[in-house]
Design a protein around this ligand. Structure first.
Ligand code: ATP
Length: 330
């Protein structure tokens, strides 16, 4: 790839799609690195929605002070159907021109990067992506910003549920986020010693699940925790619990859907560091002449993955870990 050192004067930054803890740390890093290189930083509110409406503000170094520890995103986020149309993107680009924004840093997930590739293709504006999503479903980074914090929140909640489950000899089906990806379920399941983990990447066999629950009972376990990713092929936690109850009514079952608490909270150390590094590297990447790439971290090293590749290929889930988890929990 032929790259030329570039000089940008006005860098736009936005957060889009589902919010994730650590997005603020990434915004801070982008703004301060841009200013360090003599550029001005502009925050685009509510992702593509604010781009279309021209809701754009200059961000100074002071504007991003005191946000590294805050969850959510100061730029807010939104889903914009209008941006999926050519007319919507044209309006967005006109606003970027109005504010003389000459480059963009998009913090979000695969939808955000899909939108970014369209804008780049149609108007040639240089764009760098920063992976910000709790789902960890992007290729090109070992983890995404928000994933670690989310898992810590889940583990804290499941530990508490385990206390009550054990006191009442109950079986809990706990639903965690993950429509298409089971990373949150798999790793929180291992971390909490869950008896079973159900993820979208594998076919869940209900008979097999019942056998394993019987085995847990036989060896004298007083409670069972089953972590269910919301996108499991058997359904969410309510559906799975109902199917188990249908086949074996002897269980006292309860369901807990953790929901949006998984998105909130102060980012973990790992997410703050990851977000700071990837935000910083995104601006560096622009000046180094990269375009349409996502900054990521693989084995502790910064990497640049073409946006299209980051969207299309998921990191493979290690199914061997499911087998391990089952051995460790019996
Ligand atoms: P998360 O993984 O956390 O949900 P995401 O970035 O994948 O984050 P989406 O809601 O899928 O979140 O996408 C964010 C926004 O990106 C959409 O609201 C839309 O404006 C834009 N977008 C998504 N897909 C497209 C597309 N095919 N064409 C143009 N824009 C798109």
């Amino acid at each position: 790839m032929n790259r030329q050192v570039k000089n940008f004067k006005r860098i736009g930054v936005f957060t889009s799609g589902g919010d994730a803890p650590g997005m603020n740390a990434a915004i801070r890093a982008v703004v301060r690195t841009a200013i360090h290189y003599g550029a001005e930083a502009y925050g685009i509110m509510r992702g593509y929605d604010g781009m279309i409406k021209g809701d754009i503000i200059q961000l100074t170094s002071k504007d991003v002070s005191g946000i590294i520890q805050r969850g959510g995103t100061i730029l807010q986020s939104a889903r914009s159907e209008e941006f999926k149309t050519i007319e919507g993107r044209q309006k967005a680009y006109q606003n970027l021109q109005k504010f003389q924004i000459d480059s963009l840093i998009a913090i979000g997930g695969d939808g955000t990067f899909t939108g970014a590739t369209f804008l780049n293709k149609e108007y040639g504006i240089p764009i760098i992506g920063v992976p910000g999503t709790i789902d960890n479903d992007l290729f090109g980074s070992d983890t995404t910003i928000g994933y670690d914090t989310c898992m810590n929140t889940v583990v804290e909640a499941v530990d508490k549920i385990r206390d009550t489950a054990g006191s009442h000899n109950r079986m809990f089906f706990i639903e965690v986020m993950g429509r298409d990806a089971g990373f949150i379920a798999l790793n929180t399941g291992i971390a909490t010693g869950a008896e079973n983990i159900l993820i979208p990447e594998t076919i869940t066999d209900i008979d097999d699940l019942i056998i394993s629950l019987k085995e847990s009972k036989r060896i004298g376990k007083s409670s069972a925790i089953i972590i269910v990713a919301e996108g499991d092929d058997l359904g969410g936690a309510y559906e799975v619990a109902a199917k188990v109850k249908e086949l074996d009514s002897s269980y006292s079952t309860r369901v807990s859907v953790l929901g949006h608490i998984q998105r909130g909270g102060s980012p973990s150390v790992a997410d703050r560091v990851l977000a700071s590094r990837l935000g910083f590297e995104a601006v560096e990447a622009l000046y180094l002449g990269y375009d349409k790439v996502m900054t990521g971290m693989i084995n502790g090293r910064i990497t640049y993955t073409p946006l299209e590749k980051a969207i299309k290929h998921n990191n493979d889930i290690d199914k061997e870990l499911l087998r391990m988890s089952r051995i460790l929990s019996t």
